[in-house]
Design a protein around this ligand. Structure first.
Ligand code: KG4
Ligand code: ZN
Length: 332
């Protein structure tokens, strides 16, 4: 069985997955300490990972009914993410693997989000178009096999889709992370109440969300504090619709461009009900993982670990982390 660790941001995660992609356990400890800062503070995240990771790994192993000697491979997120946070996962993974001289598979976080689609009970087989929309990344990739060398054909030029949710939520006075809170508020609102730009005028399959956030800022200002407060749900619903339409438009274009007829959606934003519904309306064969496999988790990292070259002991002892996605995302 595969034990995987994920600590790229503020969730401390460990999971046990079989080589067939069956999830034996997936433990996620959300830190919940960054709310007051309106975003994740790297050093605080790192310290919390350090406090939590031992227990999270123990829980993952015991829930799977196993212990370290039963593990055949250790997988870990190597990047992209917060360096101080990644270091905790990578150092822990090295220690665990070295203790039993196990191989270690370094996993790219975005490959993890794509590889959530390969988990049992209904693994989605390539080729397909993958939309990954998270707090740090928004990309479209042509996935031809299960390895990490997928071809990125479009990505965001500025903010990520999750970031657009988080920043919009902040403007509407909601806490961090803003995506789930904005989705809840939007349920009571009219998505047609306000017109926000969905990047319709921008050709191609790249994304841009910075203008949308500014449009919301101006709209809130124009309405005035009292009216903006009264129409918060309408603002949230209309803003959410613009993000959803911006994603859907580029997915449609990418499907045409690649000739692919199957779509997989992942990343935290894929936990959003409106996103899920809209993608289901596109008329292609669709795979969206369960919500808890869309937001950060270690089961997706274990899934990806199955399809990358693992380093034998002791070759990984000097393995380093990386903050940005440049190592993988070059295939444009
Ligand atoms: O994939 P993820 O858990 O972490 C990163 O790799 O960034 O994505 C987190 C992002 C956050 O921006 C969060 O607000 C957003 O996903 N998110 C959502 C929802 N759940 C999480 N956005 C909209 N609706 C949701 N239900
Ligand atoms: Zn993620």
């Amino acid at each position: 069985m595969i034990l995987a660790l994920e600590t790229s941001c503020d969730d401390t995660c460990a999971a046990v997955v079989t080589s067939a992609g069956e999830i034996r356990s997936s433990v996620i400890s959300s830190q919940g300490v960054h709310d007051r800062f309106g975003g994740v503070v790297p050093e605080i995240a790192s310290r919390h990972h350090l406090e939590l990771i031992g227990d999270v790994v123990d829980d993952a192993l015991s829930q799977a009914g196993g212990s370290l000697p039963d593990v055949d491979l250790v997988g870990v997120t190597r990047g992209p993410g917060l360096v101080a946070a990644l270091l905790v996962g990578v150092a822990t993974a090295k220690g665990l693997a070295a203790a039993y001289e196990l191989p270690l598979a370094p996993v790219d976080h975005l490959h993890g989000h794509v590889a959530a689609a390969f988990l049992a009970p209904e693994p989605f087989e390539p080729p397909f178009l993958s939309l990954v929309a998270s707090g740090g990344h928004t990309l479209l990739a042509r996935v031809l096999d299960r390895g990490a060398e997928f071809e990125v054909i479009g990505q965001t030029l500025d903010d990520a889709a999750g970031e657009a949710f988080d920043k919009g939520a902040r403007l509407l006075g909601l806490g961090y992370p803003g995506g789930p809170a904005l989705e809840r508020l939007a349920r009571d609102g009219d998505p047609g109440a306000f017109r926000f730009p969905a990047g319709e005028r921008m050709a191609g399959v790249d994304f841009s969300f910075a203008g949308l956030k500014t449009a919301l800022l101006y709209r809130v200002r124009d309405l005035g504090a009292e009216e903006a407060e009264r129409r918060r749900a309408d603002l949230a619903a209309s803003y959410q619709r613009a993000i959803v339409e911006s994603l859907a438009l580029r997915v449609e274009r990418a499907l045409v461009r690649t000739g692919l007829e199957r779509l997989s959606v992942g990343g935290g934003v894929a936990a959003n009900g409106a996103v899920r519904d809209r993608m289901a309306s596109l008329g292609v064969e669709l795979h969206v993982p369960a919500r808890e496999l869309c937001t950060d988790n270690a089961a997706m990292i274990a899934s990806a670990a199955r399809f990358v070259a693992a380093l034998p002991y002791p070759e990984y002892l000097d393995l380093d982390v990386y903050a940005t996605g440049e190592r993988i995302l070059m295939a444009r």
